[in-house]
Design a protein around this ligand. Sequence first.
Ligand code: FEO
Ligand code: CA
Ligand code: CA
Ligand code: CA
Length: 642
Amino acid sequence: MHHLFDDDDGVSNPSTTPTLQNVIEARLSRRAALKGIAAVGAYGLFGCVAPGTSTNARASGLTFTESGRFLDETHHVAPGYRVQTVIRWGDPIHAGGPAFRPGRQTADEQERQFGMDNDFIAFMPLPRGSTSSTRGLLCVNHERNTPYLSWPGMTPQTFNKLITREQSSVEMASQGHSIVEIARSGNEWRLVPESIYNRRITARSAEIRVSGPAAGHPRMRTSADPAGTRVIGTMNNCAGGTTPWGTVLTAEENLQNYFTGDVSKGAEAANWKRYGINGRGRYVWGRHFDRFNLDREPHEPNRFGWVVEIDPYDPKSTPVKRTALGRCKHECATSAVIHDGRVAIYSGDDERMEYVYKFVTRDRYDAKNPAANRDLLDHGTLYVARFEADGKMRWLPIVHGQGPLTPANGFATPGDVMIDVRRAADLLGATRMDRPEDVEAHPETGHVYVVLTFNERRKPDQVHAANPRGPNKYGHIIEIVPPMVNGKPDHGATDCAWEFFLVGGDPKNPEHAARYHGEVSPNGWVAAPDNVAFDPKGRLWISTDGQDDWAGFADSVYAAETSGPRRGITRNFFSAPRGAEICGPAFTPDGKTLFLAIQHPADEKGSTFDNPSTRWPDFKPDLPPRPAVVAITKDDGEEIGS
Ligand code: FEO
Ligand code: CA
Ligand code: CA
Ligand code: CA
């Protein structure tokens, strides 16, 4: 199991049959084809040059010696590279802050310490607007807690009966986001504890503004916030993204795990069902705090599952929940500038059979005036992806009053559409995907990589051109090709082409039905791809979540060319310690440091705080395993991958 305390094992999407809208959309797609929108299918040989890229692509710089397969207590990296721990769960983020007291932390201490289960990482150069690769802000999400690795005397079976109010409070303080300044000297990264930027934004205490169509909506109101415009906290912060104007987007993912109460009745019952909220709560916050108790506060779940924008360069800034981007289990929120200056934000809804979204701003972004971009994410159009068998795909607009999104179908206002965006997407006939994780546009070609981690519950009769295996244990990566306008990718386009970048698994094992470049090595093929990043040369770095489950070896990081004759050959670079998944790959602008978030080390069967399967990264008998951010550098100081 990628983590025993499974956050996301359900299927909430009930739809099985095409809607009338599907048929209409299919016809529209055919018409688009007749108008000459290029399909990628003709190029669809694996390992061939991607459409839209030059055939004399840069020579491969991925010359590192591949790492091997492991499943042991520590990490492993390709020869010639160094792995350094930068910051760990419980490390104080301020000078003079409280030291980590394993098993005895208080919430007030955790508020001033690095959070648990680190996920997304952004490196934001300092000073603002620079491309510094030696000084910057490490902006890190904290997605989850592993209680039986946090507290003595707990097991996966018992923790939710044992967690106290204070321990729930510590959990809240450990989720959210951390901003810390770091600096490099020589090959060494260090925390700058006296920095004015260092800051926690937690599920327990952060004041967050709500903006966009759902702000102030009656279904956003609670007894603590009768106006429906201010939420305490952000939680389950999974992956994210950055904007061209220097802010960080953090994505609230598995909101279903936090609420307890009777879900069988009330005005929100259908909404809870569609979001997998079963009222049993994996976290027991609702037992200790009324706002997570559905019987008391039925609107509280509507206040999570959003993309939150944070300005890390202004330590006094209030984060904002941008409801125009829809409410779902957002994995990520990555940006791409459109040829005309508008901005697209891509996101996946990470659950089996859920959808891929993009938001397109109404207004242009102003590179010279950051203040003008402050509320760019409040106005625009949200779209959901529909993939066709002929290599074309369409972004379907999710607009109140259009098509089925009317009061007759329960969408009284634009806010209702954003709160119930999954149901809106159902009615539009979006394609049910194999757990969309990271969705990210290549900085040069504009091709959008959609990472589908796995879906062991897709049945053989549910296979689809874009999700071709049932069950799908190894995951796959789709490449969306937007049209070009004036030589630049049009991320605002509704009609695009698509192709597989790779279909994961062992290409030598026919049972896996993997599709791969023939030159991938036995150590190089991927299972359960999750979060990705592009290095400055445009190569794709893929981190995994669940290889230990499906393939029997530790989660890893791979690198692949995205164009040229070696396109799609993934090469094994790094392996995690046992029980961990790898999140947040992020490069410095010079490509000479790769940051990785090692999440939930030791989270596997039989492993507890008292007797963990590894004590990574400290390996001291009095310290538990600790999620941590590591920095990888090359011994000769050159760029990662060379
Ligand atoms: Fe938080 Fe979808 O991984
Ligand atoms: Ca993830
Ligand atoms: Ca990413
Ligand atoms: Ca995952």
